[in-house]
Design a protein around this ligand. Structure first.
Ligand code: GLC
Length: 449
């Protein structure tokens, strides 16, 4: 009988394990929505907007003392914070996800964490959890939820910093942790905060930052990633968890060479992440749209940053840029969504996109073309060519090449009428017969004439 029960118990564990393995999603499966997202909105919201200074770094670079930096909390009111409006705006712009700084390097949490008193509910006139309604609002608009979390924490007493800081122990209740080393306590702390965020909000994406201060082993990166996936099996993680991220996160400088795998380019609209009213060096709308086009043409997403004011409103300069990008996206929707990275270098001078079924090529024109638009190395016959967002069909002819030797000639496409050129980026749709077949040769002698 005993043996029988033991066998039953064993069977129970084995089947459970098989179940767990079967339900475990692969990285590609977890990344599915992300690879099609194209646009995300990054939100840097924190104390730093009160004085309009650099997020956390102003303290690190000793431009402001720790005490003065933290005194900004008194002006962080969130009195006009309307996450529903934010989410509606993001949706209108065409974003598929948004990422909020739940805790920047300064250590201030935007939710009512039980692990530190340094949170907006305790310390600011906002007096409430600001993450919860944000998550709810995104979900109401069917947007994916991204939570930014800085691993380094320049307020935590167990995390050493390079600038003068008062004793912050009273802000961090650490009952029964005396026997632990400093670093063990800190690991327990950030893992605890991440568990709070995971349990309460089940984020679709974790956006880590500040991993550079310690090694992968110190961050316990592997076990942290395992825990995140155990808590939320579908979640994805950016590359700043040392080598344990699911996708790469280039920042500010647009990649010149296509990154491998899934990726996202994060960029500010001016030169600051947070609200910084004296920074008026805003990128023109055309640059933002061009950047977006270049990024999606290389298979990435743009994570475009805004820095809301301490009262929760979005500066007009930022709203204008979001809306302008949104208008462009709406007009060119079919080239933006349901597409993937475009042709390899050499076929067209400018970014291109391919429909997912490989039956259409989208050519993106940054400037007004002269004489004709040329496309090289396309073996397929072409069905039709039109200007996206207008009804104009473009005539075309093929010239040169040696079709009988599989060397396609140049496709010469008529220039769109002036009124059909978009003031930012014009998109030309080339509809192919059958799926794309490229000529990638170096050019040989034509042996049979
Ligand atoms: C950098 C900065 C940080 C900012 C982040 C956004 O890592 O340290 O302040 O939040 O970039 O990508």
């Amino acid at each position: 009988m005993k043996n029988f029960i033991a066998i039953l118990i064993l069977l129970f564990f084995i089947t459970n394990q098989i179940d767990a393995q079967e339900t475990k999603l692969t990285k590609e499966e977890r990344l599915e929505w992300f690879k099609d997202a194209k646009l995300g909105i990054f939100i840097h919201w924190g104390y730093y907007g009160v004085k309009g200074i650099g997020e956390s770094w102003s303290m690190y670079h000793k431009k402001i003392s720790y005490e003065d930096y933290m005194s900004q909390g008194k002006g962080f009111t969130a009195e006009n914070y309307n996450p529903e409006e934010w989410a509606k705006l993001f949706k209108k712009v065409g974003a598929r996800y948004a990422v909020l700084t739940t805790k920047h390097h300064d250590g201030v949490a935007l939710w009512d964490t039980e692990l530190s008193k340094l949170n907006v509910k305790e310390k600011t006139p906002a007096k409430r959890n600001l993450v919860k309604p944000f998550v709810q609002a995104l979900r109401n608009q069917d947007l994916k939820v991204g939570l930014y979390y800085s691993l380094c924490d320049w307020s935590h007493p167990d995390f050493d910093v390079v600038f003068p800081r008062p004793n912050t122990k009273k802000e961090y209740p650490q009952k029964g942790q005396r026997s632990l080393s400093k670093w063990q306590r800190f690991v327990k702390f950030y893992k605890g905060q991440l568990k709070e965020l995971s349990d309460a909000y089940h984020p679709d994406l974790y956006w880590f930052d500040g991993d550079w201060e310690k090694s992968s082993e110190q961050w316990r990166a592997q076990s942290l990633k395992d825990s995140l996936l155990a808590w939320n099996p579908k979640t994805i993680v950016n590359s700043r968890l040392k080598t344990y991220g699911d996708y790469s996160t280039p920042e500010q400088g647009i990649p010149v060479v296509r990154p491998n795998g899934a990726w996202e380019f994060c960029m500010t609209m001016n030169d600051s992440w947070g609200y910084y009213p004296t920074d008026t060096n805003y990128k023109p709308v055309s640059q933002i749209i061009r950047t977006f086009v270049e990024v999606i043409a290389s298979g990435g997403n743009l994570l475009l940053n805004i820095g809301p004011k301490p009262d929760g409103t979005i500066a007009i300069e930022q709203e204008i840029r979001l809306l302008a990008l949104g208008e462009w996206i709406k007009k060119h929707e079919k080239a933006v969504f349901n597409t993937k990275a475009g042709l390899p270098y050499g076929h067209f001078y400018g970014p291109t996109l391919l429909s997912k079924d490989d039956s259409k090529i989208y050519l993106c024109l940054f400037d007004s073309p002269k004489n004709y638009i040329s496309l090289k190395g396309i073996q397929n016959k072409v069905k039709s060519i039109n200007v996206v967002g207008s009804n104009q069909q473009l005539s075309f002819e093929r010239n040169g090449g040696a079709a009988w030797n599989n060397i396609p000639g140049i496709l010469r496409i008529e220039i769109p009428k002036k009124e059909n050129l978009d003031s930012n980026v014009t998109v030309i749709e080339v509809e192919l017969e059958n799926t794309l077949k490229l000529y990638r040769g170096h050019g040989n002698a034509v042996e049979l004439n």
